[in-house]
Design a protein around this ligand. Sequence first.
Ligand SMILES: *Cc1c(COP(=O)(O)O)cnc(C)c1O
Length: 409
Amino acid sequence: MPMTIPLTHRRMIVFRGGQKSKVEGQRKKNKHMKFSTKAIHAGQSPDPTTGATIVPIYQTSTFTQSGIGEHRGYEYSRSGNPTRKALEENLSALENGKYGLSFASGLAAEHAILAVLKPGDHVIAMQDMYGGTYRLFEKVFAPNGIRFTYVDAHPASFSDAVRPETRLVWIESPTNPLLQIVDIGSLVDICKSKNLLLVVDNTFATPFFQNPLDLGADLVVHSTTKYLGGHSDVIGGAVITNNEEWYEKIRFLQNAAGGVSSPFDCWLTLRGIKTLAIRMKQHEENAFAVARFLSTHKQVKEVIFPGLPEHPDYDLAKRQMSGFGGMLSFKIYGGFEEANRIMKKFRIYSLAESLGGVESLANYPAVMTHGSIPAEMRQKIGVTDDLIRLSVGIEDAEDLIADLEAALA
Ligand SMILES: *Cc1c(COP(=O)(O)O)cnc(C)c1O
């Protein structure tokens, strides 16, 4: 990269006769589109050189310059790539944010946010959280001097944990795997009054069912590996924000540390997102059917699905989200042995890590997704040995229920 060319000069060279104003115009246009239209079109105009309707996979590491520092907005694919740009614009449109950044994984996206902090800074996070996020906090950032406090889902627990050096509040809602709903609006109030940034991992809800930036959150994180990609064939992550200062910091780290998503992975994710709305509707419909079936089964101790009126956060979920998603957990009579027996009998559900694909997956959090959380803490928060988590896919609900019925028998 031509490091000797002043940034201001490089910025003056415009792409395709005025990319900047074009992007602004596009952003305004996106605002007036409804969800599926944005999912299919935002960030994706026909290719200017060939007219290709679908954004090509720009499988190139570098871009030829016509003179020193004269280029069309791209120099090197770590700092920017047209396929990634399309995905980043698409993701920001879906979350009603100004800025989107795409990463090689959800954890790479999380890493870039945390890397903005300095030793001594304090983060308040949740006890009930994706195990890999906990591992990143405790094994990577805590040894480097970032401090973490883990609290339950009550807003008061968050305000009690605030210290003078607190900078971030980090939540998931619904949580993984216990599907608790956190009152994002209340946390926004707490964060605003104490000058903290609120980060929401929106992986479970997806922008189709929940838009944390509209509720006042500062940063949204996604593992696009899950529902956004939607087909269990790509690993990716994203950060979306309206906060220009944090966007610039995270964008700097995206390039400086290099955890970017590849052009092919961006293309796969863009392709997946086009059907996000219809997939989410079907995931939810199937999850309802499975939840109702499990609720009546005598081998099942408890069903945890925020769409059931008996779920403790049902009212909050209804208020905060436009749907309940496709994830549910349930507790069985018995522990590891019984769970393992059920898992082995499944014919349609795959026993696998991950979630959010069109195919149904079953997970045993105590050993799989949450194995990196100490046993004592797992017990405390309720990730017990009788807990099974389902990512309900979009197969026919009758088949999904029959498979559960046979496995539980
Ligand atoms: C999977 C997941 C992550 C991590 O994302 P990767 O793409 O696997 O790195 C973070 N948060 C949640 C809620 C997840 O489910």
